[in-house]
Design a protein around this ligand. Structure first.
Ligand code: ATP
Length: 239
């Protein structure tokens, strides 16, 4: 399996504050990789640096073997990276249908787009009832579904998912994570998922990194991390 994404020694600053401090990670094709860390650890900053919303101060990011370091977000999106941002950020005044179709704005394969649209509605059947409603009227969970669906509609080579569990009930979290896993398995979709909620993110992942104050402090295959005493105590809340 080849590495789709490689992040090497990346540092990103907000003014004079260094939010991530020499982060290196990689994502192999077809896998789900999670970056776990508490509030403020730098998870969102990593994803924004990969998708081009922030420019790294140092380091290199390669995607499918080519450097994308510092490129504009729309250029990075066109190379096949779709970012589902924290807090969803759906287009509040657009209909659910238009939100989903926005994800496919670069695509020319109309028949495939139509098939993918049906696929998204198959995963999230509740959205079908709201297709013509403005996204602002949806619940947090439904907006999360729209954000995930919109990212998938780009048919990217890599989906970046920022805290899909944020603000959702435990039942909805398991529903959303079951779909995330299905998109990975059924569509072979490669994903980089950042989460504070390690107990849902780690079981869904193949490989994980632990981020603390901007640095990776631990990494490993899912099962290794799930069995680590530190991870169990500090991140999974099991002794
Ligand atoms: P959360 O789960 O709260 O989103 P996170 O792990 O995603 O946390 P980041 O949002 O990446 O963390 O923030 C990393 C660090 O950078 C934090 O210390 C935060 O206060 C700081 N930071 C984030 N955004 C800005 C900003 N726009 N200006 C200045 N500092 C920022």
């Amino acid at each position: 399996m080849s590495e789709v994404l490689k992040v090497r020694n990346v540092e990103t600053m907000y003014g004079r504050v260094m939010a991530i401090r020499g982060v290196s990670l990689s994502v192999r094709e077809g896998t789900v990789v999670t970056v776990m860390g508490s509030n403020g650890a730098g998870k969102t900053t990593i994803l924004k640096t990969i998708s081009g919303a922030l420019d790294p101060f140092k380091g290199e990011i390669t995607f499918k073997g080519k450097s994308i370091t510092g490129l504009d977000p729309d250029v990075i999106a066109r190379t096949g990276v779709a970012h589902s941002p924290e807090g969803r950020e759906v287009f509040a005044l657009l209909s659910v249908k238009d939100n989903l179709m926005m994800g496919a704005y670069c695509r020319k394969d109309r028949d495939e787009v139509a098939r993918d649209f049906e696929k998204v509605l198959g995963w999230f059947p509740v959205l079908r009832e709201f297709l013509d409603k403005q996204a602002i009227y949806l619940s947090g969970g439904q907006q999360q579904m729209v954000a995930l669906g919109r990212a998938f509609m780009a048919r990217p080579s890599l989906m970046l998912l920022d805290e899909p569990s944020l603000g959702l009930s435990p039942r909805l979290i398991s529903e959303i994570f079951a779909i995330i896993k299905r998109i990975n398995v059924e569509e072979g979709m490669t994903m980089l998922l950042v989460e504070q909620n390690a107990s849902v993110a780690l079981p869904a992942a193949d490989f994980g990194y632990v981020l603390e104050t901007g640095r990776i402090v631990m990494e490993g295959e899912r099962d290794m991390l799930m069995n680590s005493a530190d991870i169990r105590e500090f991140y999974l809340g099991i002794k």
